[in-house]
Design a protein around this ligand. Structure first.
Ligand SMILES: NC(=O)c1ccc[n+]([C@@H]2O[C@H](COP(=O)([O-])OP(=O)(O)OC[C@H]3O[C@@H](n4cnc5c(N)ncnc54)[C@H](OP(=O)(O)O)[C@@H]3O)[C@@H](O)[C@H]2O)c1
Length: 315
């Protein structure tokens, strides 16, 4: 089968499409004929060798966690999934993924049936950002009706789903992006749009209940000043975890700050599937690349200015 392999950590060009043997499953696993793979910032950081998770990767490696596809084979002890089922999920996380390949092995606990009315590309785009946004809004920030939340990078992969989950809970949502994304953000429910390139958000909003920050550093410091005392903030980039300046500012403002790590959850991936099927949320796919162009898909994510998600079509 064809797979995208890295032999060493480095630039996107390290991703080479090669012929490798088809993986084998054990009794508890399923084999997926991969239709599409979603590309996340974490994929690019692991490939570059700059993520803490790079340490768990044994080279040469096939990367890739977010996939959609069709079940090709099931282990003897697998229940709930059959050959021919269309599925999606975040496979392997937080261990190594193996999704950049024509066939991938998965633990069925990490999968949900693909909604019949969304494409394989949309399904592959959803798992990591869906779980991250869902957990940030519902587990960490516990957003309830009437609360005001500032979502940084609201047009990004995590941001655009966080906006929709916060709106489902009845929140007033302030979202930042550049002007090209204003219409998009309003279309998914943002109540107040702030163009971060032209305006200082901290001079516009204050007394907020919650902040979801996808940036860290200066954006996080300024975001903390927008919270009311007792407000809560989550910051997603793990490279900024435990930033002493942010911790000291959080103390000064009397707010709670955490750096949560996305975790896989069978109930939540199935809930996300249900919400996608019922059109309660929509995952927006910005760019689709063919498998041979996977390095370009990584480069697109590394620009940090994509709207929604980047996906690679594999089979
Ligand atoms: N802790 C975890 O478990 C976890 C899970 C998932 C993701 N993450 C991390 O969270 C971060 C975001 O992930 P993502 O997938 O959402 O990223 P992404 O899709 O690549 O984000 C792109 C978006 O960022 C916006 N942006 C860039 N600079 C901005 C700024 N200064 N202010 C506001 N918006 C800005 C861009 O909007 P414009 O184009 O309009 O500028 C673009 O829409 C990454 O660092 C990722 O590694 C962590």
């Amino acid at each position: 089968m064809k797979a995208a392999i890295i032999n060493q950590f480095g630039e996107a060009e390290e991703l080479q499409i090669m012929d490798v043997s088809k993986p084998k499953i054990n009794d508890q696993q399923v084999l997926i004929k991969v239709a599409a793979a979603g590309i996340n910032p974490v994929d690019t950081k692991v490939r570059a060798g700059t993520s803490g998770m790079s340490k768990i990767i044994k080279l040469p490696a096939i990367l890739g966690w977010d996939v959609s596809g069709i079940i090709e084979a099931t282990g003897k002890k697998v229940t709930g999934f059959n050959i021919g089922d269309s599925v999606f999920g975040c496979i392997g996380f937080p261990g190594p993924g193996n999704g950049y390949a024509e066939f991938a092995v998965a633990d069925p606990q990490l999968l949900a049936k693909k909604p019949y009315n969304i494409s394989f590309e949309e399904a592959a785009a959803a798992p990591i950002v869906g779980l991250t946004a869902y957990q940030a809004i519902n587990e960490e920030l516990k957003i309830t009706a009437g609360q005001k939340i500032l979502i940084q990078a609201a047009a990004g992969g995590v941001g655009h789903l966080a906006v929709q989950f916060a709106k489902m809970n009845g929140a007033y949502v302030i979202g930042t992006a550049s002007d090209k994304n204003e219409r998009f953000l309003k279309s998914i429910g943002v109540d107040q749009f702030i163009d971060y390139k032209k305006k200082k958000f901290e001079e516009i909003v204050n007394g907020l209940d919650a902040v979801l920050d996808s940036m860290g550093g200066d954006v996080l410091y300024r975001s903390l000043s927008c919270l009311k005392r007792g407000g809560v903030a989550v910051c997603l980039p793990s490279s900024t975890k435990d930033d002493p300046k942010a911790i000291s500012l959080a103390k000064k403002y009397g707010v709670k700050l955490t750096w949560p790590m996305m975790h896989t959850d069978n109930g939540q991936i199935n809930k996300i599937a249900e919400m996608l099927e019922h059109k309660e949320v929509k995952v927006f796919v910005d760019k689709i690349f063919i498998f041979d162009q996977i390095a370009w898909a990584h480069k697109a994510v590394e620009t940090h200015n994509t709207k929604g998600k980047v996906v690679v079509r594999i089979n």
